[in-house]
Design a protein around this ligand. Structure first.
Ligand SMILES: O=C(O)CCC(=O)C(=O)O
Ligand SMILES: [Fe+2]
Length: 312
């Protein structure tokens, strides 16, 4: 199968369809993932109202003065606020033109699991910030779990294989703000330099503006554009690693505005991670001539990659 654009799949066909619909969805997901490492997901259950509310809260937060935001900056960048110009892609010298906020997993008070990941921090304004983003975290995780489940049969692993890996996982919701590109900025600096995501899969709430591009097999940058109510799903390094690159962690970037409209851009990727102790080890059906990568725990792999992007 050859594609000229990122395929669009309807999640409803999988969740509400019969066995034939589900098999067709699984095949289309696997084909899209193998070809591009990206698919677009429509008819999902993350509500339109929740997405609009989340975008509004995100815009309200980033509009606050820097003095209100900096108290939530943590050096490791894993929770709370990361200011403009801090993160750079693994192979880029120039910082990305973005600021962001990270929400991690919340455990019920007193849960022993609460110790394993850094605690969330929360701003006191805007109002309902915490509730909105915990709701979005759960909704995106739910959609992601279904995708992980739908992927399993194609790789000949039990249906709950990836779901189990991601249960209590170190998944992160990132609220991103790319401000208007400042004048006089180094021409090599872009909103998000070419990179691959670190995690298993990313469920990206499509932004309210263009700019996202993936690097296709011919080495061309292909815009990934869709209705802002749809979700974009892409495969990260951890998934590529366990399936021996059968599914690629596709390089992507966000370019600066090119249409003369130098406006803020907001997006909200949800990075689905395995739980820290999960072993990233090559799936039997993908071994072929042998595993290309050594076994490593999800936690060790994450730490290695965070150092490479200047966040640890
Ligand atoms: O803003 C976007 O559309 C993509 C962001 C992204 O690729 C990332 O944060 O890893
Ligand atoms: Fe990314």
């Amino acid at each position: 199968m050859k594609y000229t654009r990122v395929p669009e799949l309807s999640l409803k066909a999988y969740t509400d369809g019969d066995a034939t619909d589900r098999r067709a969805f699984e095949a289309a997901l696997y084909d899209g993932f193998k070809y591009f490492g990206f698919i677009i997901l429509k008819d999902h259950k993350v509500g339109h109202d929740l997405l609009r509310r989340a975008y509004n809260k995100s815009a309200e937060y980033f509009a606050l003065p820097e003095d209100d935001k900096m108290p939530f900056f943590r050096a490791d960048g894993q929770r709370g606020y990361t200011p403009f110009g801090r993160e750079h892609a693994k192979d880029s010298k120039y910082p990305d033109l973005k600021e962001f906020w990270h929400v991690g997993r919340e455990f019920p008070e007193g849960s022993p699991l609460g110790e394993i990941y850094p605690s969330n921090v929360w701003p006191d304004k805007p109002e309902s910030f915490r509730d909105t983003f915990l709701e979005l975290y759960d909704a995106l995780e739910e959609a992601g779990m279904v995708m992980l489940e739908a992927l399993a049969p194609s790789l000949d692993v039990p249906r709950d294989f990836f779901r189990n890996m991601a249960t209590d996982g170190n998944s992160i919701l990132r609220l991103l703000h790319y401000p208007p590109v400042p004048e006089g900025i180094n021409p090599n600096a872009i909103r998000a330099a070419a990179h691959e995501d670190i995690n298993l899969i990313t469920i990206l709430v499509a932004a309210n503006g263009g700019g996202l591009e993936l690097l296709d097999r011919e080495g061309n940058w292909l815009p990934v554009e869709t209705d802002p109510d749809n979700l974009i799903v892409d495969a990260g390094d951890m998934l590529a690693r366990v399936c021996n690159d059968k599914i690629p962690a596709t390089t992507h970037r966000v370019v600066n505005p090119q249409d003369g409209k130098n406006e803020s851009r907001y997006s909200m990727p949800f990075f689905m991670h395995p739980h820290s102790k999960a072993m990233l080890s090559c799936i039997e059906s993908c071994k072929g001539d042998g595993a290309k990568y050594e076994d490593i725990t999800a936690d060790a792999f994450l730490k290695q990659r965070l150092r490479e992007i200047g966040l640890a």
